[in-house]
Design a protein around this ligand. Structure first.
Ligand code: PMP
Length: 404
């Protein structure tokens, strides 16, 4: 059993008031809150070892380099990558996907197919559209059903030797659906396609094992897993990262530069041009330690309870419809109340101290599928409580009364 009150004390912001009310933070899908240890890791870096890495012979530079590389090692262990050089620091999920989509250009020709799913965040759609525009490849979309699940028979039908890469999320940010990525990966490999998994919404809830999954690329963001903004991870299989050309040119990513020809550094530096986000990269390692200290089994148990509790209570409200009804989902409830715009609900409950996300959640194709402008999305983390859900549901009821 988790001691939630003890855990909550680790997060200074959870003590705040908003609009005169205690903060109830249910926008964890957008970004998580940060425990004090992560905040300390950032400020300690600047107070004690701030220096540029991989460059200086001086002591601070070596300390900073060591701390940064220790963090890379923590990520490697956490996701069970075979080599630490398969772990590339990025600025976040978006950059990770753009990196792969951009570098993949070299391997794609007109007539090839790039496959995404109907459940993707815009950041796992638009970079692939860029790739298609550059190369003449076609974007193919795995459709979904009314529960917000991918239609796997359609996936089987769409997959062919023309498919060069399949890019899907592990968990949908708008609906919470957990996708059958093991099956998606195995089937894609059967036709020779690579697979990129967008793990932005999965990594807050589970520990991906990239070797067991056998995915070619796995990307995620630090800020959704109790780490800082501005840092993320691209995992790539060594063979793929060696085959792909670099994404950005600059310092750190080269072996030798002449005006005639430049040779590139070995992994991981080949994909890490310029001075990286050192402090936040180090603090990401601290965040991973923190989450593992709580334990992902405990996290899942707590979040599952919160999801069941919130779903049942919300469904008591007349006219409320939940989008994303797969049995296989994480702690996200996306809903609307008949005749009321989601934005209006969000605005009123904010006045009552409750933070939720309203809008299309960067998933306009999902909203178009349901023919709605957006939803109210409450996304729960392990540090949330049933008492908070009670207040949230009461606030939604008040908003409904005011807006009806
Ligand atoms: N993919 C998914 C599924 C997401 O939820 C998000 C963040 N909302 C992203 C990608 C983009 O992540 P970031 O903005 O951290 O780059």
């Amino acid at each position: 059993m988790l001691d939630i009150q003890k855990i909550r004390a680790d997060f200074p912001i959870l003590n705040c008031t908003v609009n005169g009310k205690p903060l109830i933070y249910f926008d964890n899908g957008a970004t998580s809150q940060k425990p004090q240890v992560v905040i300390d890791a950032i400020s300690n870096y600047y107070k004690e070892i701030n220096a540029n890495i991989h460059r200086g012979v001086h002591t601070l530079s070596q300390l900073a380099t060591d701390a940064y590389e220790v963090s890379r090692g923590k990520v490697q262990q956490h996701i069970n990558a075979k080599h630490s050089h398969e772990v590339i620091f990025t600025s976040g999920t978006t950059q990770g996907i753009n990196l792969v989509a951009s570098s993949f250009t070299a391997l794609i020709k007109a007539g090839d197919e790039i496959m995404v799913s109907a459940l993707e965040h815009h950041s796992n759609i638009v970079p692939w559209q860029f790739l298609c525009e550059r190369t003449g490849a076609t974007l193919v979309v795995i459709p979904m059903n009314d529960k917000g699940e991918l239609i796997m028979e359609e996936y089987d039908r769409l997959l062919s030797e023309k498919t060069k890469i399949v890019a899907v999320n592990h968990i949908s940010n708008a609906l919470g659906t957990i996708n059958p990525i093991e099956e998606i990966i195995a089937k894609a490999h059967h036709v020779g396609a690579a697979v990129l998994i967008d793990g932005a919404q999965a990594t807050p809830h589970l520990r991906p094992d990239v070797q067991a999954l056998d995915c070619d690329f796995y990307v995620f963001s630090g800020h959704k897993i109790c780490g800082p903004t501005g840092v993320g991870i691209l995992y790539g299989k060594e063979a793929w990262l060696n085959q792909l050309p670099p994404y950005m040119g600059g310092g750190e990513m080269i072996k030798e530069v002449t005006f005639e020809k430049t040779t590139y550094a070995d992994l991981p530096h080949k994909f890490e041009a310029g001075t990286p986000n050192i402090a936040d990269g180090i603090a990401l390692g601290t965040a991973i330690d923190y989450l593992n200290g709580i334990g992902f089994e405990n996290i899942q148990k707590q979040e599952k309870e919160l999801l069941a509790y919130a779903t049942a209570k919300l469904l008591e409200i007349e006219g409320l419809k939940i989008y994303g009804t797969s049995e296989n989902k994480t702690s996200v409830v996306s809903f609307n109340i008949e005749g009321i715009h989601p934005y209006d609900i969000g605005t009123i409950i904010d006045k009552l101290g409750v933070a939720v996300r309203t809008g299309h959640h960067c998933t306009q194709p999902i909203m178009n599928y349901f023919n709605i402008p957006g939803t109210v999305r409450a996304s729960f983390s392990f540090y949330n409580t049933k008492e908070e859900i009670d207040i949230f549901v009461d606030s939604v009821k008040k908003a409904k009364t005011m807006l009806s």
